[in-house]
Write a protein that binds this ligand. Structure first.
Ligand code: ADP
Length: 469
């Protein structure tokens, strides 16, 4: 065998052995008659790795021995605009058109349409005993209802309910009539192993308010998780693309997606970052607890995460300390891929975080890794000022004007000169002249060398014993 072949075997063995606890794997075949201690599963089941040879079954909850050659790490979801959380939604079509689509008749075959006569109103159409029933969905007090008995947050929630309960309609919903050109996100998520099971999730306390819904702490099959809930179906649909992007990304400095749950909308389940976001972390601890080496570590952590995104040609667009989360062991990770897009010019300029956004992105909507580098400079400033709001006391209008005129923030108190020089290089007016994340990392590593005696990580421990969580 060619030396290359040997090499491939060694690499694949190493990869199998190195799956971290919590990695989700899909089984390659059936294992229905397990020996004592072994885990039983069917082909396509999803398991959570506990250690090298043990896993928990995501559906049965059982734990047992597995052979790593019998499982593969789940694959990423293809980013595909036709992925739909509501493939049964056909938009504005008339009643007769809906009837036409529900042929040949089949009990429980259904779709949802928007009414032509009453724009904005939805109609649930379902086939039963050779007939099609049309149920008008009434919007009342921010909720949807058909019968004024059951109320729903959104259409996804309603379809979920009538797929399990007949309620006041003629038949339980059995089969969605899929709109042409759409792909069921639920099916794709399930096939690839990213769909998690709501019954295995225990929700805990509310730990944050996101722009689109609350964030809860929780437990999924024994693992501590954070759950972002998105109730609005339109937003949930928009998040599907971002979720698909997240399935492709794996790095120690990016908050890891564990999977999603479709229940009354979309639940995005990620690893729990128990120390919360970096702004609050730094503000509540301050200089007496966190020293400059630790600040450099955070800066380096974020830079490594961004270097990884850079290598994937992904642009974050909303890099700021509020979107950096801190783990149990004081690792900083980039989160909130809500705006992450492939390198592109198009954007929604209304909601841009002005103080963090590069001039060319603000003015010409030109987002790139180099505009992320600008934001990274601002984030460095936030880190070394212990979580202060950038451009203190300046209005957004003032910031835009002054930055255009060449103004740049001064160094935070006690900021190492090398770090300030790095910040200002990130704020070069000309994007080309800004460093890459790769370069930034090299410079930070050199800076770290000046500040710490060695690569030891005991400083993380020092924070831990100094401040609690
Ligand atoms: P949005 O992007 O919708 O504004 P975020 O993702 O920023 O929402 O979440 C809001 C807050 O919830 C964060 O600032 C943080 O305090 C908390 N949070 C979010 N994700 C996690 C997580 N994985 N672990 C711990 N806390 C989290």
């Amino acid at each position: 065998m060619a030396p290359g072949g040997v090499c491939v075997i060694i690499v694949s063995l190493r990869l199998q052995m190195s799956w971290a606890a919590g990695t989700q794997c899909v089984t390659k075949g059936d294992h229905r008659k397990p020996k004592p201690g072994e885990l039983a599963y069917n082909k396509g089941d999803v398991l959570t790795i506990v250690d090298k040879s043990t896993a928990t079954h995501n559906t049965t909850g059982e734990e047992g021995l597995i052979s790593s050659s019998n499982v593969r790490e789940r694959e990423a979801l293809r980013v595909d605009p036709s992925l739909s959380l509501m493939p049964w939604f056909h938009g504005k079509i008339s009643g007769p058109e809906a009837v036409g689509k529900l042929q040949p008749a089949e009990d429980g075959l259904f779709l949802v349409r928007e009414s032509i006569r009453h724009p904005g109103d939805y109609v649930l159409c379902v086939s039963t005993s050779g007939e099609v029933m049309h149920y008008r969905v009434i919007y009342k007090d921010n909720k949807l209802t058909i019968d004024h008995i059951q109320y729903f947050y959104n259409l996804i929630d309603m379809i979920e309910f009538y797929s399990k309960n007949k309620g006041s309609i003629a038949t339980i919903l059995l089969k969605p009539k899929q709109k042409q050109g759409t792909k069921s996100a639920e099916l794709e998520l399930s096939k690839t192993g990213w769909l998690l099971d709501i019954s295995k999730l225990t929700l805990g306390e509310n730990i944050g308010e996101g722009e689109f819904g609350a964030v809860y702490q929780g437990e999924y099959l024994g693992q501590r998780v954070a759950v972002k809930t998105i109730k609005c179906d339109v937003t949930a649909q928009a998040f599907m693309q971002e979720t698909a992007v997240m399935t492709k990304l794996q790095h120690k400095n990016l908050v890891r997606l564990l999977g999603v749950i479709l229940h009354k909308g979309l639940h995005i389940v990620t690893e729990l970052m128990s120390k919360g976001n970096l702004v609050n972390f730094l503000r509540t601890r301050g200089r007496s607890v966190v020293n400059s080496v630790q600040l450099l570590r955070f800066a380096l952590d974020v830079c490594e995460g961004m270097e990884y995104l850079e290598s994937k040609k992904l642009v974050h667009r909303d890099l700021a300390a509020r979107n950096i989360l801190v783990s149990d062991d004081y690792l900083a990770k980039v989160s909130d891929f809500g705006l992450t897009k492939l390198d592109s010019k198009v954007s929604d300029s209304i909601k841009l975080p002005v103080k963090w956004t590069a001039p060319e992105a603000l003015k010409k909507e030109k987002f790139s890794t180099k505009s992320d580098v600008w934001s990274y400079g601002v984030l460095l400033w936030e880190i070394f000022s212990y979580g202060r709001l950038p451009y203190p006391k300046m209005s957004l209008k003032e910031v835009k004007e002054k930055v255009d005129g060449g103004y740049r923030m001064e160094a935070p108190d006690d900021c190492p000169p090398g770090v300030y020089a790095l910040m200002t290089s990130c704020w070069e007016q000309e994007p080309r002249r800004r460093p890459t994340f790769h370069k930034v990392r090299e410079k930070l590593e050199r800076e770290m060398g000046k500040h710490s005696p060695g690569p030891g990580s005991e400083l993380r421990d020092r924070i831990g014993s100094g401040s609690g969580s």
